[in-house]
Design a protein around this ligand. Structure first.
Ligand code: PRP
Ligand code: MN
Ligand code: MG
Length: 183
């Protein structure tokens, strides 16, 4: 079988650790949004597994919507310009937004989204990210809630892809160098 697992060098964060963290953050968000009806916004595609697990640990009413954005730019450097591929179906004005991400790297995706939602007159904006990679940051943005800090390594799994693969790994792992050096 052509298993995904053999392409992984190390497991950085296990399934159990992710599960415990979703439970912890979900409980915290349930308290923070008690009495409100937040709009949870998943940033496609990477946020899908985390969003799915996190919202099931939020014991309050929450509306779900999705946004798909892609950043322009040549090569590995993003220009900071972001294009909306799929916009929300929901009106943002006056809403309490919870933006859900798998990882913050440069911060460009999120700083674009935060500016956009401020312009659309959100009542409040909170950012939750499973992973934070501070070494990659170029935009001045930080999350309100972070699951785990990760080092400057090629991490995949639980939503994070390399060339659209590995999103369905149940853990966060570091990809073997030979996988991305093949191309
Ligand atoms: C990845 C990741 C974050 C973003 C973080 O998404 O899921 O959304 O990049 O990078 P940044 O902080 O430098 O903007 P990507 O654009 O690869 O799309 P995907 O979620 O479909 O993989
Ligand atoms: Mn993404
Ligand atoms: Mg990606």
């Amino acid at each position: 079988k052509d298993s995904m697992h053999k392409d992984i060098k190390d497991i950085l964060i296990t399934e159990e650790e992710i599960r415990a963290k979703c439970k912890e953050i979900g409980a915290q968000l349930s308290t923070e949004y008690d009495g409100k009806f937040p709009l949870a916004i998943g940033v496609l595609k990477g946020a899908l597994p985390f969003m799915s697990d996190l919202v099931r640990h939020m014991d309050i009413h929450v509306e779900l919507d999705f946004m798909d954005v892609s950043s322009y730019g040549s090569g590995t450097k993003s220009s900071g310009e972001v294009k909306i591929v799929k916009d929300l179906d929901t009106k943002v004005e006056g809403r309490d937004l919870l933006i859900i991400e798998d990882i913050i790297d440069s911060g460009l995706t999120l700083s674009y989204l935060v500016d956009l939602f401020k312009y659309r007159k959100a009542n409040s904006i909170k950012i939750v990210t499973l992973l934070n990679k501070p070494s990659g940051r170029t935009a001045a943005i930080s999350a309100d809630l972070v699951g785990f800090e990760v080092p400057d390594a090629f991490v995949v799994g639980y939503g994070l892809d390399y060339d659209q693969r590995y999103r369905n790994l149940p853990y966060i792992g570091v990809l073997k160098e030979e996988i991305y050096q093949e191309k």
